[in-house]
Every structure is written in structure tokens, then in C-alpha cells.
Design a protein around this ligand. Sequence first.
Ligand code: ZN
Ligand code: ZN
Length: 143
Amino acid sequence: MSVVLQTTVVSLRSGLPWDVYVGRASSAPDAGCAGADGCFGNPVVPGGKRCFVCRMTHPDPGDTLPCFQQYFLHRVKTDPAYRVAVQALRGKRIACWCAPLEPCHARTIAAWVDGQPLPAASADLTGEAAAARIASRFGEQQD
Ligand SMILES: [Zn+2]
Ligand SMILES: [Zn+2]
């Protein structure tokens, strides 16, 4: 039996409980909360500024998401510290200011995290190999 941990996206506007803030540092709801430094925030800013990914502007916040995804997938591949930090979000309630049904970069994060294989340590404890190992350990103790 393996426990499936699902990462949940919570809108800060909903008032529901959450664990880690994944928005930008400038709008952190609480200076002391996990993620308040904006480390999981979307660096692609909507408005008149040129996007560092596509070199265009994104007037609408939702338009930044394809570029966020590109940035995110590249960063988890090339930045091990970031990847580990993101993987630690697995099973957590991650919070952003977007309304519950609005497109949000937090969903990109949650989908990626939940699609990752579980760490080797816990994968080790499932399946027949583990059963055999436990059986052999039991046998040793019986001796
Ligand atoms: Zn862009
Ligand atoms: Zn959001």
C-alpha cells in the first residue's frame, strides 16, 4: 500500500487553510510564512514589461502561464536546489492569490510535483522486493 500525496492549490481569497505560499514576494500574505521570499513565485510579470522568456509583453496575467511553464521546466531540470525545494511541496496545500477557477502558475507546479516518481527511499518500501527483504530479515531474527 502506498500513500498518494496530492498537492492542492488553495486560493488565498478563499480563506481556506494552506501550507506554503507560492506567489511573488511582493504580495506575500505573511512575512514569516513558508515561501514568503517568493522562491516559488511566477517571475514572468504581466503588463508592459517585456517577458524574459518570449521577449513579448503579457497584458493579461493568464498569458504568462505558457512562459512560466517553459521557465519552470527548464529550472527544475537545471537547478537542483530549486528542484528539491519544489519536490518538497508534494502533498502540501500551496497558496496563491489567483481566484479558485482562474488559471494559476501554482497548478503548473502542483501537476509537475504530483507527476514525479516518489523518492527512492519510499519506493523501496513497496512491492515484492520489499516484502522479500522483510521476510528475509524476519528469518534472520528467527535464527
Ligand atoms: Zn512570455
Ligand atoms: Zn496564482
